[in-house]
Write a protein that binds this ligand. Sequence first.
Ligand code: IPE
Ligand code: IPE
Ligand code: MG
Length: 261
Amino acid sequence: MTNLPSSTRVIPDVARVPRHIAIIMDGNGRWAKKRFMPRIMGHQRGVESLRATVRACRDLGVEYLTVFAFSSENWRRPVDEVSFLMSLFLKMLEREVASLHKNNIHLKIIGDRSRFDDKLQKTMNDAETLTKNNTGLTLTIAANYGGRWDVMHAVHSLLQNHPELATSFSEEDLQPYMSMSDAPEPDLFVRTGGEKRISNFMLWQLAYTELYFTDTLWPAFDRKELEKAIASYQNRERRFGRTSEQLASSQSKMNEGEPRA
Ligand code: IPE
Ligand code: IPE
Ligand code: MG
């Protein structure tokens, strides 16, 4: 397993187009309510926004897209809505996996799957197996995922495999057991739907991610909205704890090596 550098240990390289975008797809229910439709219609339309976002990320050269589809707290919703979301998830996987594969997309699912029914678990596993060697965009869907669950699960797995580390372990020891261990940390976080909170998404990995919030409801999110988020990201100064002056001097040192015009 690769051990990718952590942003708190090594200063990462920053590219103009974010390598990894993480999205909380929020606002489906409100989108539907505004149209006097049941909430589930918003979830249904949300699948189309996801399809458009995947395509846009692929075209723009984004390498990793991670989306929050169902949180560990979403089980608190009315039973009918939860069961609709489960069947939508299953249908979406069955319907889309061939086209994801054709487009060289590597599909991954993170979260605690043990609470899903057998058929959904099998479909998830099959979709991952089919696309596991694809080299294009990595699309990760977080389902029954929670940031705290992720950290707790990683600590348990580490200690199960390495009981000798119980009294002392490092970030590097833990990292391979986190669910996003194969991906760089997100450069850009997007939350649609107007709320300004993390809602237990990727707590560990968002340490130095640039945050972007939009009032646009997820079913109305499209390529233009994604481009707006990326444009905002491109205006940020990612200091990772350093000063602006340090950044400017490392930039000018880099430029000194380049031939003059
Ligand atoms: C996000 O939209 C989808 C899920 C959480 C599954 P919501 O269903 O939270 O929509 P709002 O926030 O109620 O409008
Ligand atoms: C976060 O949205 C989870 C997903 C989008 C899957 P929620 O709608 O569940 O978040 P809260 O309850 O408003 O914080
Ligand atoms: Mg919501």
